[in-house]
Design a binder for this molecule. Structure first.
Ligand code: FEO
Ligand code: CA
Ligand code: CA
Ligand code: CA
Length: 595
């Protein structure tokens, strides 16, 4: 079918239409079914959601807010029965709590949160592990499953690896520096080859407020992180989020957390060997020699691209033997050179400038202040590194660089000043070895509307007016080696379209062609996607629907009651707009994106 298939394209489907309205839309011939919404029971003792009487205790067992990373661990190798892994990145009080927003004389004000509302927010963070199965072609949660679990902003976790027990992590709650409550701002993530769930802590600085004591030794550390951010009101009720009272608590965040989803009583572990920064994700792949490689972006303007290579090797026959691989290995940061080559620079105490003269006394110091170490090493400042996805099929790695409107000085890997729409860098690791310490790179795509010459977008000429996108954020490579990109930041005012999921060709004549597969409701960001191994289901996460200010048909900042833009996905007057995970399947069955 000519309408479906582009010459040389790895994809065959009829494109969705870009635009904006209150609902989500998938390509013709597909179902998009709501699977889990904010407030739906996750644990087996959780109550049904009552938005007018929500409590922290209820929220602790219910699906959290702002679903971001989605993972899937098959049970017995099945693509119809497995564990769904979902990060809950952050909360939007104005969309969650009835009456919290007052609008008077065109002024929008949010009232201070009560202690119970703060505790609901803390419980709505973290992640969910949910046993799901396909019944009569539709996915559903398995009620009563021993795997069903919530991880929250208060779940007890261990701190492991080179930083565990360090003085800079000790607090009045924990004099060991090895035990921390909760994980925060888990954006993208990863699933390891041994089936554990990685939750990447991104904008953790936003939860902390107050002023460090005068002349405190962590001042430069926190300043490099833009911390404390003061985005939340948690410090009003919990001293650990007030840096004037607990100056070390923030050093216990900014890590990658590993969770064993096969054991709901297991203690999550913060794996400090992977460094401390605003981790977007932690996608992994096994190198030819069996070592495992984890890619992670530091999502800030002018910050860096990292990878971690384990010292030990993956054992496919003994799951238990892999469970501490993440405690020992080498962290590297990327330098992208002007000639298209690149080096992975070791972030290792004692090497190059990472010495006592520069204030590092051990690898623990280097890891706590990973950004400052990378500055000294001469890593390349990037346009906000988001998800980084290795592709086993072609041996390459895809780096989402979402945007950077503050860039005034271009470099070869970030070639646009005032980069509003972002780009995608493709890394070719030397000899196709993901553990290599050098490689080459090229730009796969400069994003934005190709019909506006000044934008400088580089989509192929076969890309339609629906097919281009801006602000790449999450990505997936499916089991056929095909790249899917989801976006964060498209808006009616900016691009005239919502965020969505695009299929992007990387090979042959079709390279650089993009097609729209699914789009989110107004105000939302697109997270996920996660294809099942057999490619018959794509799980996607619709984050913060109904948010996004006054850029849709002139409506003001929406809130629980004054929300004029959408009540997705329930469209009921007695339900707020809700973030949700959606399962996309093909009508009549079969592989997604294929004829
Ligand atoms: Fe939470 Fe970098 O997006
Ligand atoms: Ca993201
Ligand atoms: Ca991904
Ligand atoms: Ca983003």
């Amino acid at each position: 079918d000519e309408a479906l298939a582009q010459e040389g394209s790895a994809f065959s489907f009829e494109e969705a239409i870009a635009g904006v309205d209150a609902d989500h839309h998938v390509a013709p011939g597909y179902y998009a079914d709501i699977l889990m919404r904010w407030g739906d029971p996750v644990t087996n003792d959780a109550p049904e959601f009552d938005p007018t009487a929500q409590t922290a205790a209820a929220q602790a067992g219910q699906f959290g807010y702002n679903n971001d990373y989605v993972g899937y661990v098959p049970l017995d190798g099945s693509s119809e029965h497995g564990l769904l892994l979902v990060n809950h990145e952050y909360t939007n009080a104005h969309l969650m709590f009835p009456g919290i927003v007052e609008i008077a004389d065109e002024e929008v004000n949010q009232k201070p949160l009560t202690e119970e509302q703060v505790n609901i927010e803390i419980m709505a963070h973290g992640g969910s592990v949910i046993e799901i199965e396909k019944v009569d072609g539709k996915w559903q949660r398995v009620a009563g499953s021993p795997y069903n679990r919530r991880i929250t902003g208060e779940t007890e976790m261990d701190i492991t690896g080179p930083v565990a027990g360090h003085d800079r992590l000790k607090t009045s709650q924990d004099d060991t520096g090895r035990r921390v409550l909760g994980t925060l701002n888990n954006c993208a993530g990863g699933t390891t080859p041994w089936g554990t769930y990685l939750m990447a802590e991104e904008n953790f600085h936003g939860y902390f407020a107050g002023d460090l004591p005068e002349g405190h030794k962590e001042a430069a550390n926190y300043e490099r992180l833009g911390a404390p951010g003061g985005w939340y009101e948690w410090h009003n009720f919990h001293d650990r989020f007030d840096v004037s009272k607990e100056p070390n608590e923030m050093n216990r965040f900014g890590w990658v957390v590993e969770v064993d989803p096969m054991d709901a009583s297991s203690t999550p572990k913060k794996r400090t060997a992977l460094g401390r920064f605003k981790h977007e994700g932690a996608e992994s792949i096994v190198a030819p020699d069996g070592r495992v490689v984890f890619y992670s972006g530091d999502d800030e303007r002018f910050d860096y691209v990292y990878k971690f290579v384990t010292s030990g090797t993956y054992n496919a026959d003994d799951r238990a033997a892999n469970m501490d691989l993440l405690d020992d290995g080498t962290l590297y940061v990327a330098r992208f050179d002007e000639d298209g080559s690149m080096e992975w620079l070791p972030v290792v105490f004692g090497e190059g400038p990472l010495t006592e003269e520069n204030g590092f006394e051990s690898q623990a110091d280097v890891l706590i202040e990973t950004r400052r170490a990378a500055d000294l090493l001469g890593a390349t400042p990037m346009d906000r590194p988001e998800d980084i996805q290795p592709n086993e099929t072609n041996g390459r790695v895809y780096v989402m660089l979402t945007n950077n409107t503050n860039r005034e000085e271009p470099n070869a890997a970030n070639p646009r000043v005032d980069n509003a729409f972002g780009h995608i860098v493709e890394i070719h690791e030397a000899d196709g070895d993901f553990a290599a310490t050098s490689g080459t790179w090229e730009i796969l795509l400069q994003c934005g509307d190709p019909s506006i010459a000044e934008v400088g977008a580089t989509f192929s000429s076969a890309t339609t007016e629906n097919g281009w996108f801006g602000m790449p954020d999450n990505a997936a490579v499916d089991s056929d080696g095909r790249l899917w990109v989801s976006t964060d930041g498209n808006s009616p005012a900016g691009t005239g379209r919502t965020d969505g999921l695009w299929a992007v060709d990387t090979e042959g004549a079709a390279r650089g062609t993009s097609k729209l597969f699914y789009r989110v409701p107004v105000g939302a960001e697109m997270c996920g996607p996660l294809p099942t191994p057999d490619l018959t289901t794509f799980f996607v996460a619709v984050q913060h629907p109904g948010d996004g200010g006054d850029d849709w048909e002139g409506h003001g900042r929406p809130s629980y009651y004054e929300d004029l833009s959408t009540r997705w996905p329930d469209f009921r007057d007695d339900m707020p707009v809700r973030p949700a995970v959606v399962a996309i399947t093909k009508q009549g069955g079969g592989k997604i994106g294929s004829a």
